[in-house]
Design a protein around this ligand. Structure first.
Ligand SMILES: Cc1cc2nc3c(=O)[nH]c(=O)nc-3n(C[C@H](O)[C@H](O)[C@H](O)COP(=O)(O)O)c2cc1C
Length: 265
């Protein structure tokens, strides 16, 4: 029997909130909460809901500094503020020379730390490209060149690699010099994690854009791509490629979009 929870029976008041919130029926409350052996996937909801702070996750005991109490009645962000923030988002392709430093990257990855993941797998991982970006882009070209006839950008990219003086900007990276790749076994989890990182980036005055063409390398030849990343489990796929930096451009207004189509059934 592998038990994942540490329950302090002295603190437990048998209120049953943990039992009610557990989607694996892994807790039963009698005189106090008791953990069963029902496949706990360590979502931590029992721990997060307990008024007495009587439950902890054994495998995360060393992460106590990651636990913060808060008042569930207090909202930290109003709808209007968040919407206003989202309205001002623009893809940024032109960047200042200043590079994003490691401390700032760490701040961005905090967003991913608090991201949900399928089956609570928590298997999203990132690669930041800086110095070895050109080397990686050579590999990307080597994989995506099979679609050169279909996409003029790939053709331009090939021309640029042969003679960079032909273009002012890199056909795929524009003036971007840093790139974040997101890997996971699950596409949605990877994309959600990257989106959170992206939003935090805007809040820190950074900008960037997603690159479809870099993602094509994953689509066309996963095995070849993963050879660049021997440390990453091959079951994981690259689901997001985000070029990042300090914006050189300053946008002044929002842009009209097609209406969002929604159906209610
Ligand atoms: C999945 C995805 C892939 C994208 N691929 C590229 C790309 O390869 N190159 C590029 O310059 N922009 C890319 N973009 C940015 C879009 O072109 C951009 O979002 C769109 O033109 C609207 O501009 P906005 O983001 O400023 O609203 C991509 C965006 C997404 C979401």
């Amino acid at each position: 029997m592998v038990l994942k929870l540490k329950i302090d029976v002295e603190l437990c008041t048998a209120c049953k909130l943990c039992q009610q919130v557990c989607i694996r029926d892994n807790i039963i409350v009698e005189d106090h909460a008791i953990e069963l052996d029902n496949n706990c996937f360590e979502c931590g909801h029992c721990m997060a809901i307990c008024r007495q702070n009587a439950i902890t996750l054994k495998s995360f005991e060393c992460k106590e500094d990651r636990i913060v109490d808060y008042n569930p009645r207090e909202s930290v962000l109003e709808y209007d503020d968040l919407l206003e923030f989202l309205k001002r988002r623009r893809s940024v392709r032109f960047f200042k020379d200043k590079k994003v430093d490691k401390k700032t990257f760490s701040k961005l990855f905090e967003g991913a730390y608090y991201s949900p993941s399928a089956q609570n797998a928590q298997d999203v991982e990132f690669v930041v490209f800086d110095e070895r970006l050109d080397e990686f882009m050579d590999l990307v070209y080597d994989i995506i060149k099979v679609e050169e006839d279909e996409f003029f950008r790939i053709k331009e990219f090939g021309d640029y690699l042969r003679d960079s003086s032909t273009k002012e900007f890199h056909p795929l990276l524009w003036s971007g010099k840093q790139l974040i790749l997101t890997f996971s076994t699950d596409k949605t989890s990877a994309v959600i994690a990257n989106t959170r990182l992206e939003l935090l980036a805007y809040s820190l005055g950074l900008g960037g854009f997603y690159s479809l063409f870099i993602l094509k390398a994953e689509e066309i030849n996963h095995e070849k791509l993963m050879k660049f990343f021997p440390e990453i489990d091959e079951d994981k796929h690259m689901y997001s490629a985000f070029v990042i930096g300090y914006p050189k451009v300053k946008f002044r207004r929002t842009i009209p979009h097609s209406d969002i189509k929604v159906s209610y059934f």
